[in-house]
Design a protein around this ligand. Structure first.
Ligand code: ADP
Ligand code: ADP
Ligand code: ZN
Length: 217
């Protein structure tokens, strides 16, 4: 039973590590960004609303995100825990999460903070490619697909996220910087923050996370 959240700036590896941790612990990996991108693809009402914010690199309003997470965490696959990635991003969302978990009779076990310097984030985001079909993430240099522009897992086409363009990346990093301090303090005060230096090879970051969760070798 583990209820975890992944914190860190865009490009720090939340998606990559969140997926690996979830697999290792047999938990669902729930990424709010993925949920929004799916809704945009399906052009639902919520998707069309979220898209306006995502394209600008701004945060989708708290009440929209909180509603989605609240519904998602009630699903039966979250019974034994979850790895939540990309939520919370503000103290208001952190407080809302507390309320949601309280209502479900659960509590958070850890907040994993991936720390990476800004220049490296820019390089990671500009080289990021995502599968249009299954959402798998690659990097042109660090984790290239076997065949150019094809997903190794499902054969889907890879694309560059619109919000990974230079200007939007700058905006997203600034938005993160504004919210990060209070959010980290929130979990630090509750004894839940686990800081992981994430400018290391993917496997080493992963090993470090497991160690800090008391699951390492
Ligand atoms: P986030 O979800 O925090 O935005 P991602 O997991 O999508 O971050 O990673 C951003 C990009 O950096 C992706 O292209 C990913 O393949 C790559 N990446 C992730 N972790 C590492 C790492 N430890 N070293 C090098 N590249 C990485
Ligand atoms: P990254 O991991 O690169 O930061 P995400 O895929 O997590 O990006 O998020 C993409 C976009 O989706 C964000 O820039 C924001 O517009 C929206 N989003 C995702 N999660 C949240 C959240 N918890 N609160 C507000 N907006 C969010
Ligand atoms: Zn794929």
């Amino acid at each position: 039973m583990m209820h975890l959240i992944m914190l860190g700036p865009p490009g720090s590896g939340k998606g990559t590590q969140g997926e690996m941790v979830a697999q290792a612990l047999g938990l669902p990996h729930i990424a709010t960004g993925d949920i929004f991108r799916q809704a945009v693809k399906e052009s639902t009402k919520m998707g069309r609303k979220a898209q306006l914010y995502m394209e600008r690199g701004e945060l989708v309003p708290d009440e929209v995100v909180v509603g989605i997470v609240s519904e998602r965490l009630k699903k039966p696959d979250c019974k034994g825990g979850f790895v939540l990635d990309g939520f919370p991003r503000t103290v208001a969302q952190a407080e809302a999460l507390n309320g949601i978990l309280l209502g479900l009779g659960k509590k958070l076990d850890g907040a994993i903070l991936l720390e990476v310097e800004r220049e490296i984030l820019v390089e990671r985001l500009s080289g990021r490619r995502v599968c249009r079909q299954c959402g798998a993430t690659y990097h042109l240099e660090h984790t290239p697909p076997g065949e150019p522009d094809r997903c190794d897992k499902c054969g889907g086409q890879l694309y560059q996220r619109k919000d990974d363009g230079e200007e939007t990346v700058r905006r997203r990093l600034n938005v993160y910087a504004e919210e990060a301090g209070p959010l980290e303090a929130y979990y630090q005060e509750r004894g839940l923050l686990r800081i992981v230096p994430a400018n290391q090879p993917i496997k080493m970051v992963f090993a470090d996370i497991l160690r800090k969760l008391g699951r390492g070798q």
